[in-house]
Design a protein around this ligand. Structure first.
Ligand SMILES: CC(C)(COP(=O)(O)OP(=O)(O)OC[C@H]1O[C@@H](n2cnc3c(N)ncnc32)[C@H](O)[C@@H]1OP(=O)(O)O)[C@@H](O)C(=O)NCCC(=O)NCCS
Length: 174
């Protein structure tokens, strides 16, 4: 991303780990960004945040102090995505070399200014520092190109039936 665009993003947003008291807000953002069959429920979001706050990255609007977007994942040594990662936060292994990304959300009013791209980029840099080797995610066909543009490789159809949809598995080797 162009330096000026990046600078603007960092002027406008604070990128940091999530706070426990932001769990409800994150669930609200998720409900706005995803249809009910795909969204993480409020209970599940709260459990995720309680168990793995350091695997979240939030972008907070400095003017409002509220979450504009976030990315979250779970660490493991497994190397293929399965749907249990969405619901079983106990699968988290802090020392795992793989991150399964579980959700990328940007509120509609903050879209199309590079926030999702920077959330992914910032997350990858942070997890490189944390010694991870592989990042995996699943996405619908319509988002394959977006992730390819962020450096991910399309592994083809995933072993996932989450929300009754057909998913692609995307990988990024660090
Ligand atoms: C998808 C989403 C995260 C994009 O957020 P954003 O901040 O607007 O994205 P960015 O501005 O960083 O754009 C990143 C790139 O993806 C592309 N892109 C953005 N939204 C897209 C979409 N809905 N479909 C396909 N490509 C998209 C942009 O054109 C941009 O490409 P470029 O840098 O080559 O121009 C946001 O629209 C969202 O939260 N949608 C609902 C939830 C969702 O679908 N999440 C991803 C699930 S796998």
């Amino acid at each position: 991303m162009e330096n000026k665009t990046l600078q603007k993003l960092y002027e406008k947003f604070e990128f940091r780990n999530i706070l426990p008291e932001e769990a409800e807000q994150a669930a609200e953002v998720e409900a706005i960004c995803f249809p009910p069959n795909e969204a993480c429920t409020e209970e599940s979001m709260k459990r995720r945040i309680a168990k793995t706050p350091e695997l979240f990255l939030v972008a907070v609007d400095k003017q409002t102090g509220k979450i504009a977007g976030f990315l979250n994942g779970i660490a493991t040594d497994e190397t293929s995505f399965r749907d249990e990662f969405f619901t079983e936060e106990n699968l988290h292994n802090p020392k795992g070399k793989t991150i399964m990304l579980l959700g990328l959300d940007v509120l509609p009013q903050y879209r199309n200014q590079g926030l999702a791209r920077e959330l992914v980029n910032h997350y990858l840099c942070r997890e490189r520092e944390n010694g991870r080797h592989l990042i995996l995610l699943t996405c619908l066909e319509a988002k394959v190109e977006m992730y390819q543009n962020m450096g991910f490789h399309d592994e083809g159809l995933a072993n996932s039936t989450w929300g009754g949809e057909q998913w692609h598995e995307m990988s990024y080797v660090i």
